[in-house]
Ligand binder design. Structure first.
Ligand SMILES: NC(=O)c1ccc[n+]([C@@H]2O[C@H](COP(=O)([O-])OP(=O)(O)OC[C@H]3O[C@@H](n4cnc5c(N)ncnc54)[C@H](OP(=O)(O)O)[C@@H]3O)[C@@H](O)[C@H]2O)c1
Length: 348
């Protein structure tokens, strides 16, 4: 543990993901929050004034930052590491400004996820991909390191699939039931979302497929070789506040039993960093779990919760997996990536 805390910033601090990052940074053992940033719409405002009408968490969780003044995202502070919860279009412009000035960035945004020199990392799933950052200075001309975390829905799938690598997964068919908070603030109008299901989320299905193949791929000679995995994906928005549920069917080259899979999941070690949960995968055996309203806070939102585990008629492993889209699917993953960069000596 460092003697002095590393100064960090949150970019996009006013949205649900940025608020969660600010909350998770209260009393963090390695990081100290020195600045918060947003767009020109809200910068210059006191934090609690800017988020008063879109407070996503309790005031107590965010109180340590209540009087901080929001800076424009383009104005760099003394932070050496920035956690980015910017919209993708803003991230594409703003994150390189920080990187060129020698700051590292852990980003939730999709802007650079599929860039060949940028890893998508979920600690405990593909922690070794963090070393792809070594290729960035020469290829991108940045003086800091950029690590991204995945799309929120894919985080549960890859957490479940990574420990099953020995069974040789070859294809998956997945349907998501994604919560409203996944669309940011203000998201869908209430009249369109309540008592309804919207069977389309722009660009989401391709993100789930492409990001799963990259995360489950291998780092070889300074590049990621994607895992060859056939992915059929369907994504829907459902009237749930927080928590993305996915139904998955996965076909393997190797024979397996359900008991064997559950035993592998229950013995999967967690990453050795401060925010990693005691269990990265929690298996529920009740027929009607996991449920967003009952299970989304498992492991503080850092655990993936698996249930309905069974073998299908076609021989697939079938299961449901739930993630807290704002923690394991977003802010918590970015925070753990900062810890992973620090633990590997990339932050000086
Ligand atoms: N919500 C989820 O479950 C989830 C999960 C995984 C990843 N993500 C990704 O994480 C990021 C944040 O998500 P969110 O749901 O919190 O989004 P959001 O509610 O739309 O918040 C976006 C943030 O970016 C800032 N911003 C927007 N345009 C800007 C610009 N031109 N310059 C500087 N700042 C700008 C906003 O500041 P103002 O308040 O000043 O407009 C706000 O702080 C997005 O890229 C999203 O795709 C979200």
């Amino acid at each position: 543990m460092p003697l002095t805390k590393l100064p960090v910033a949150v970019l996009g601090a006013t949205g649900p993901v940025g608020q969660k990052l600010v909350a998770l940074l209260a009393n963090h053992p390695w990081f100290g929050l020195v600045s918060i940033h947003s767009s020109e719409r809200t910068s210059g405002s006191r934090y609690f004034d800017a988020i008063a009408d879109r407070l996503f968490y309790s005031e107590d969780e965010l109180r340590h930052a209540q009087d901080m003044i929001l800076l424009p995202a383009t104005e760099l502070s003394s932070a050496s590491l920035a956690f980015s919860a910017l919209s993708a279009s803003a991230a594409r412009e703003v994150e390189p400004l920080w990187l060129q000035e020698g700051r590292s960035v852990c980003s939730n945004a999709s802007a650079f996820r599929m860039h060949p020199n940028v890893p998508i990392v979920l600690p405990g799933v593909n922690s070794n991909h963090v070393h792809l950052v070594r290729s960035q200075r020469e290829a991108c001309g940045w003086n800091g390191y950029l690590v991204t975390n995945s799309n929120c829905s894919v985080s549960g799938l890859v957490t479940a699939l990574a420990p099953l690598e020995g069974l040789s997964p070859m294809g998956a068919c997945c349907s998501t039931y994604q919560s409203l908070s996944g669309a940011g603030w203000p998201g869908h109008p209430a009249v369109a979302a309540l008592a309804n299901v919207i069977p389309y989320i722009a660009e989401e299905e391709a993100k789930v497929a492409n990001e799963a193949r990259k995360i489950l791929g291998s780092l070889e000679e300074g590049r990621i070789a994607d895992r060859p995995l056939t992915m059929d994906v369907f994504c829907a928005r459902v009237p749930v506040a927080v928590g993305h549920l996915m139904s998955a069917h996965v076909w393997f080259n190797e024979e397996f039993t359900v008991e064997q899979v559950i035993s592998i999941w229950e013995s999967t070690p967690a990453a050795l960093i401060p925010s990693a949960p005691a269990s990265s995968i929690v298996v529920r055996r009740e027929n009607d779990r996991p449920q967003p309203s009952k299970d989304v806070r498992t492991g503080g939102g850092f655990s993936a919760v698996v249930g309905r585990v069974r073998k299908s008629e076609s021989g697939a492993l079938a299961f449901a997996v739930l993630v807290d889209n704002l923690v394991l699917g977003a802010a918590g993953a970015a925070l753990m990536n900062g810890e992973l960069l620090a633990a590997n000596g990339y932050l000086g």
